[in-house]
Design a protein around this ligand. Structure first.
Ligand code: PLP
Length: 424
């Protein structure tokens, strides 16, 4: 404590009242700090030499670590890396695996931001991409793989057609070829589906969506299944099995089953810097505490709304995997016993004008580009999220001029139906 009698005003305003009494709060403490003090010279040496303790939040922070442990556990993985956005989770995961001269294979049915990363940015870094349209066709995945392929990528439930990704089949192909499967599990959440239990090597999420759940935070997470042994595939993942720059242990030797996230955490995220704020990490953890309650209710509400829409004369089709008519419904019954999620699309007979009328006149639904909020949201993909695809590309993923996407929230279902009933 700085002494008032001997220290000046400026010194006291900086040093007095910056350490709280030790106590054990029941809620997760928010360590909102750029860095941590070293108690001794030796502690600083150990931190930099062996990675013990905490030094700087970009490298490690107790709040962020606690949230990583929670999300790794919920996802059924061994280790997690929390970053500043879902987009950062996807790019960090890919860059942990692939570099210049490499190739990745991805489902066509993915979030536009991931698609933009794969189409526009990764090729500039020397990473090429092949898309698979018919994701249920395992031969199409096999045919896309080359000797330089480092990643297979897909979304467990896709936007906009609500297609289910057969994770087990593509993961098995990946294991056969020594290529990790990365699954974006944002729409399903670990409450409904856990890709790592079906053989995926890594799963990623936009934590901005259901994990945090209240539309107040941006974040992302990578979770390692702890099942992909990079040392068995040394030729494909030389950067993980080669000795360190100074001749020390390789990442595979250091991190064993968690080599991907160990490398991403030590060598990719701290270098590229997509660090999440400890405050946002806390908000994600707080949201995750009610994940099961929210997602169960979201799914129940979405099913009721999808059934209502399927019977409405103004509606041409409803793409919800929970409806018996959806092409993946049988698989969904097997893979998603707890519910089918909150997000789906439906197409109006009246085309773009009818869709514009709906978004301009709904009152309980909010017109915005987001999903996984406790509030119900609506968006017209053709003119917004999918505006940068060609008409043919849009048709292929189920986005038509009259298509609207909804993320069904937790308002009373009667109010949601009444809101749409009034405007349809
Ligand atoms: C499936 C999916 N993955 C990744 C992202 C990117 O996440 P963020 O917006 O948190 O960067 C989104 C965002 O909408 C998404 O829907």
């Amino acid at each position: 404590m700085t002494d008032q009698k001997v220290s000046g005003f400026s010194t006291r305003q900086l040093h007095v009242g910056t350490s709280a009494a030790p106590a054990t709060p029941r809620a997760l403490p928010i360590h909102l700090t750029a860095g941590f003090t070293f108690d001794s010279f030796e502690q600083g040496v150990a931190h930099f030499g062996e990675g013990t303790g905490y030094g700087y939040t970009r490298i490690g922070n107790p709040t962020i670590d606690a949230v990583e442990a929670k999300l790794a556990d919920l996802e059924g993985g061994t280790r997690a890396l929390l970053v500043g956005s879902g987009q950062a989770a996807v790019s960090t995961a890919i860059l942990a695996l692939a570099g210049a001269g490499d190739h990745i294979v991805s489902s066509t049915h993915i979030y536009e931001g991931s698609r933009g990363l794969f189409l526009d940015l990764l090729p500039r870094l020397g990473i090429s991409i092949t898309f698979v349209d018919d994701i249920a066709n395992i031969d199409a995945w096999r045919a896309a793989i080359t000797e330089n392929t480092k990643v297979l990528f897909g979304e467990s439930i896709s936007n906009a057609a609500n297609l289910l990704f057969d994770v087990s089949a593509v993961a098995a192909l990946g294991r056969e070829c020594g290529i990790p499967l990365v699954v974006d599990n944002t729409f399903a959440t670990p409450y409904l589906f856990r890709p790592l239990e079906h053989g995926a090597a890594l799963s990623v999420h936009s934590a901005s969506k259901f994990l945090s759940g209240h539309g107040s935070v941006i974040g992302g997470v990578i979770v390692d299944g702890g099942t992909f042994d990079a040392s068995l595939h040394a030729a494909r993942f030389a950067h993980l099995v080669a000795p360190s720059r100074l001749g020390g242990a390789s990442f595979a030797e250091k991190y064993g089953a968690d080599t991907f996230t160990g490398y991403a955490k030590e060598s990719v995220a701290p270098r590229l810097g997509p660090t999440i704020s400890p405050l946002n990490a806390f908000l994600i953890a707080q949201g995750a505490e009610t994940l099961s309650l929210r997602v169960r209710e979201h799914s129940r509400q979405a099913l009721a709304l999808a059934r209502y829409l399927a019977d409405h004369p103004a509606v041409e089709s409803v793409d919800y995997v929970g409806l018996a008519g959806h092409p993946n419904h049988a698989l969904a019954q097997e893979l998603l016993p707890r519910g089918y999620g909150s997000v789906f699309s439906f197409t109006l007979r009246g085309g773009r004008d009818a869709a514009a009328h709906v978004v301009n006149n709904v009152q309980t639904f909010t017109h915005m580009t987001h999903l996984g909020d406790v509030r119900s949201l609506v968006l017209h993909p053709e003119s917004t999220s999918h505006a940068f695809r060609t008409p043919q590309e849009r048709e292929e993923v189920g986005v038509h001029p009259g298509t609207l996407r909804v993320s069904v929230g937790l308002e009373e279902i009667d109010d949601l139906i009444a809101d749409l009933d009034r405007v349809l």
